[in-house]
Design a protein. Structure first.
Length: 270
């Protein structure tokens, strides 16, 4: 079972927390300047992201028979360039190692049932559990889950990491999980470890879409209109999780439901 993290286990994206932590290490005047730079960066990213999604939807509708991965090439280039720009501008510089743990206090669970399911799966014999995330800090993910009582010793976390020198971040990011194709590739790597097992991926949005296609049971939670429209253009049905009655989902269908319903249905088939 593979979980996305931001917006799936957490209530929202946690990217802004890293910027806030970085700001704390500037003097007052510098902090204001850096804060303004950051907000311009975010505003531009969000505007460009919306444009990229609209273009992606247009191309999917225009070429319904096109290879799904090829449709995402421009979108993925945008995501990759955004990360490179974040590194170039050193928005993540100056974060102290101990701040990573402190940041988890400002992140919130999407639903208690998400953690309950995670704990239940980790306690099962012969069930592997992974987190696959574009988040910039695997340590943040681990600390957040531990703060909610999850024993992460057997939990595989495939994500990225901030680079630290003398316990302070340099602004660099290491890792290879930034794009939809990255998630798809890493998902395949995880699945190769248990090729005969029933595979499940739980995510919340467009960046998870290619990974959804890699598993037996793709489950989307809290998806938006853009995701729904894109699935429709790709010929993908989104059906309630209550229709999950076998260990393999119907062709070109994603399941959806609340965390409570997802937990209840998965307990029946696993």
């Amino acid at each position: 079972v593979i979980f996305d993290f931001d917006g799936t286990i957490t209530s929202s994206d946690t990217t802004h927390l890293y910027f806030q932590a970085s700001l704390q290490n500037y003097h007052h005047d510098q902090r204001k300047i850096q804060d303004e730079r950051f907000h311009r960066h975010i505003d531009k990213f969000l505007s460009d992201y919306d444009s990229q999604v609209r273009q992606l939807l247009y191309e999917a509708q225009l070429k319904p028979s096109a290879n799904t991965s090829s449709l995402f090439q421009n979108f993925d280039s945008f995501l990759s360039d955004s990360v490179k720009d974040t590194i170039k501008q050193r928005f993540l510089k100056g974060i102290r190692l101990e701040q990573i743990v402190e940041l988890t206090k400002d992140a919130h669970l999407r639903d208690d049932h998400a953690v309950s399911l995670l704990k239940s799966l980790l306690n099962r014999q012969n069930t592997s559990v992974s987190i696959l995330s574009t988040n910039w800090s695997s340590q943040f993910i681990r600390s957040f889950l531990q703060s909610h009582g999850v024993n992460t010793n057997s939990l595989e976390i495939v994500s990225n990491s901030l680079v630290f020198e003398a316990d302070t971040s340099t602004g660099e990011i290491i890792g290879e999980v930034h794009r939809t194709q990255d998630k798809s590739d890493k998902c395949q790597d995880i699945l190769k470890k248990s090729p005969e097992a029933v595979s499940i991926y739980i995510g919340d949005g467009i960046v998870d879409l290619l990974a959804f296609f890699q598993v037996n049971i793709p489950i989307c939670i809290g998806y938006g209109e853009s995701f729904s429209n894109l699935c429709s253009a790709l010929g993908v049905n989104i059906i309630p999780i209550k229709h999950l009655t076998t260990k393999s989902g119907p062709t070109k269908s994603f399941f959806h439901g609340s965390w409570k319903d997802i937990a209840n249905e998965l307990e029946k088939i696993l």
